[in-house]
Design a protein around this ligand. Structure first.
Ligand code: PEP
Ligand code: MG
Length: 757
């Protein structure tokens, strides 16, 4: 028996000749079936292609020629239809014994017992089937199946070049045939979205399968492997990927695969058989997929995803198509699919076309999720294995309210979804109509509702929502979306624009909070060191105080932009009062300098701190007299209180913002701020959720800065409650806390018909 390499090589050489010949497309197909039948010693070889939504016999060696262009079957019908539907190989010693067998008398196939067929795949969808049959009853061996699979790849190229089928039509038929599927995940940003699947890391379409020069292909693969290994090693040494936990495991697996000699050897063998580098990588991947499918082990399935990721990375490197989907541009309404994303990566997408995001990982307070929330883009996280189930371009319905996504929905599903979508828009319109109503509780307490923002575009949301101001302007977003450090002039321009857009309403500018999960490629540690725990590491004010140039430039920009108006400036991650003093000094020095230059100064400067590090709560009495305002950043605060990394998906649902520990902690901050003339605000994501906001108001917090999409729902909540009543209830619960405060609050709200979710 020939080796797989020799068998494939011999077939490929002959197919290459057929493809290069001047015969017309049908003539070429006829030659192909003859060559395969001869090379594989098989009595029958047939090619079926998708036409008008059906699989049509286009060429055959061994079956009746009368059946050509006559025998047709639906996707899912008979053995051929089953192969196309499942995009999977069938290898049967006795074809008639298979439950899907369907007999076609015009073909004269009754004399043949064994059957093997493989799908012909284009852009991840079956556009045809290649099958062989034998009179004797036998299973085909692996070498034969692999040879067929290789030929199917060549056929896919031939079909594309010869325009044998209407590719778009065939692809949509193949897509429709795969059927709908519903997956569940964790709703990270609520909302509904409809669009087509777009992979953040696009899949590569292989255009050339048969190699012209085997040695050149081998070199391309060597280089690609080198590059890929380099990338993986670099990732391992970078802080943003070395966050511990799941990332480390993934990375370790990546390295294992990237350096796996077996993998590179098999790719080389496939090149030896006459394939291009791209086709060889895909060929080996097909074989691995087939083997893995036979092993029913969820752990291995996970690893398979890693290998798919890596194979795709290798394909992108070898083909030179290295950009993400953002760099290629979105062509229609899109639902983005990724294992995980950074906030800057998300911001690269066209906001008009990006309708939703689905992540295999993700957690509620990861910055990418905060950014998506601010952009009003629903996000579903922790949808394991979605990248293996969805194909580029598949239509999808994302339901961020119920935490589900429907792939390839049938029309009835779309209809039902659209009806809900319309309802939700109606509700949004209802909130919009409340724009000019004040957030006042039934017993007359005016709650201050502000929005969190970070981009110039966000400012339009201020008047759209009728919010009282911007309670947190995350200035680092400008740094995240730039390839280099934004110059002072650019910063000034942004801050001035923001203040202009805000008009009379206040804006609280937070000085840059970088580090943690917000990594800037152009700002690294002096010593190039990476951090084990970046969230607790060199970030926010710690960076700013050490890199004084950065803070000085920002201070000057803010002071100049606010000339003649009030400047509210807030420092993130203050851990001890001296840090606040030092940061304020940087600003005051700039004030002195501007004064000297006779430049216009702000009318007033109000300094504030964020309470994110629990230690600061112990010294609030020292800090409070220095402050104009204090803003509680519950995203960071709670991760530190519970020692639970906010971006670790494994902990995404572990701790509750409504736990007695957090509520008591917050109650104590409210008490300690007490009579100090300090505005106390909560600006974490917690305040934008209704049940949590109810609890915060119950704790006596009267100022919330929240994601813009939440202003309507929270305003409606405020207007439906009695503040004194929830404060009383909260006092009782805090004295004797119940383990499940969420349930307690839900019950309380339900008894009063207050809508909270
Ligand atoms: C917070 O930590 O709660 C906060 C508002 O800041 P960020 O989410 O930007 O870290
Ligand atoms: Mg924070």
């Amino acid at each position: 028996m020939p080796t797989a390499v020799a068998a494939a090589r011999s077939i490929l050489t002959r197919l290459h000749e057929v493809m290069a010949s001047r015969a017309h497309a049908q003539g070429k197909l006829n030659r192909v079936v003859d060559v395969i039948a001869e090379e594989m010693n098989s009595e029958v070889c047939s090619i079926y292609l998708l036409r008008e939504g059906m699989l049509e016999l286009f060429a055959t060696h061994g079956l009746s020629q009368k059946a050509v262009h006559v025998t047709r079957m639906d996707i899912g019908e008979g053995l051929v239809g089953t192969i196309a539907q499942n995009i999977d190989t069938l290898n049967l010693a006795e074809a008639t014994a298979h439950p899907d067998f369907s007999y076609r008398p015009e073909t004269g196939e009754e004399k043949f017992h064994s059957f093997a067929g493989v799908p012909i795949v284009r852009r991840q969808r079956a556009v045809g089937v290649l099958a062989v049959q034998h009179a004797e009853s036998r299973r085909y061996d692996e070498v034969e199946i692999e040879a067929l699979q290789t030929v199917a790849m060549v056929l896919s190229e031939l079909i594309a070049n010869a325009e044998l089928i209407d590719e778009d039509e065939a692809l949509s038929a193949a897509m429709a045939a795969t059927g709908p599927e519903r997956l569940t995940g964790l709703a990270l940003v609520k909302g509904l979205a409809e669009g087509h699947a777009v992979f953040h890391q696009p899949r590569i379409t292989i255009e050339h399968v048969v190699a012209e020069d085997t040695e050149a292909e081998r070199q391309r693969v060597y280089l690609a492997f080198d590059k890929m290994r380099e990338q993986i090693d670099r990732m391992a040494s970078q802080a943003e990927f070395g966050g511990g936990g799941e990332h480390d495991e993934v990375l370790e697996t990546y390295r294992m695969f990237a350096y796996d000699e077996g993998w590179s050897r098999r790719i080389n063998e496939a090149i030896d058989s006459g394939l291009t580098a791209e086709a060889a990588i895909e060929r080996v991947q097909q074989r691995t997929r087939m083997r893995m499918r036979q092993i029913d082990d969820p752990l291995l399935a996970d690893r398979m995803h890693d290998l798919e990721d890596l194979a795709n990375r290798l394909l992108r490197t070898v083909s030179g198509q290295v950009g993400t989907a953002a760099s290629q541009g979105l062509r229609s309404d899109a639902i983005l699919i990724a294992r995980n994303l950074g906030p800057a990566e998300l911001l690269e997408y066209d906001r008009r076309r990006l309708k939703g995001v689905i992540l295999e990982e993700g957690s509620l307070t990861a910055h990418v999720v905060i950014v998506a929330r601010a952009m009003g883009i629903p996000v579903l996280g922790r949808v394991r294995g979605i990248r293996g189930k969805v194909r580029e371009g598949d239509p999808m319905l994302l339901d961020g309210d119920q935490g589900t996504v429907t792939l390839r929905p049938i029309p009835a599903m779309v209809e039902a979804f659209d009806a809900r979508f319309a309802k939700s828009r109606e509700r949004q319109a209802g909130y919009a109509a409340m724009r000019d109503l004040d957030p006042v509780t039934k017993d007359g307490q005016r709650i201050t509702l502000m929005i969190n923002a970070g981009l110039r575009d966000d400012m339009g949301l201020l008047s759209l929502t009728g919010a009282d101001g911007v309670g947190l302007f995350r200035t680092e977003f400008q740094f995240l979306v730039s390839a280099t450090m934004p110059a002072r002039e650019r910063q000034t321009r942004l801050y001035r624009d923001v203040l202009d857009a805000a008009g009379d309403k206040p804006v609280v500018f937070r000085t840059v909070d970088i580090g943690g999960d917000k990594v800037l490629p152009y700002l690294r540690h002096n010593d190039g060191e990476t951090e084990e725990n970046p969230a607790m590491g060199w970030r926010a004010l710690r960076v700013a105080l050490e890199r004084e140039g950065l803070m000085k430039a920002q201070a000057r920009s803010l002071l100049e932009a606010a000339g003649g108006r009030t400047l509210n400036v807030m420092f993130p991650m203050v851990s001890e009062p001296w840090e606040f003093d030092a940061a304020r000094d940087v600003f005051q020095k700039q004030v002195a300098w501007l004064k000297q230059q006779r430049k216009p100064l702000p009318e007033a400067i109000r300094y504030g701190a964020m309470l994110e590090v629990p230690a600061l709560a112990e010294v609030l009495d020292v800090l409070a007299p220095k402050l104009s305002f204090l803003s509680i950043g519950t995203n960071d605060l709670t991760q530190f209180l519970f020692a639970a990394d906010r971006s670790n998906p494994k902990l995404a649902e572990r701790y509750d913002w409504l736990s007695p520990a957090i509520l008591r902690f917050l109650a104590r901050v409210v008490r300690d701020i007490g009579d100090h003339p300090v505005d106390l605000t909560v600006c974490g994501e917690m305040g934008g959720r209704r049940l949590e906001a109810l609890a915060l108001i119950g704790l006596g917090i009267g100022r919330l800065s929240i994601t813009p999409a939440a202003v309507g729902p929270i305003k409606a909540l405020v207007r439906s409650i009695d503040a004194a009543e929830i404060r009383d209830a909260m006092t009782g619960w805090l004295a004797e806390p119940r383990a499940d405060m969420r349930a307690t609050l839900l019950e309380w709200a339900a008894a009063r018909k207050i809508e909270v979710d």
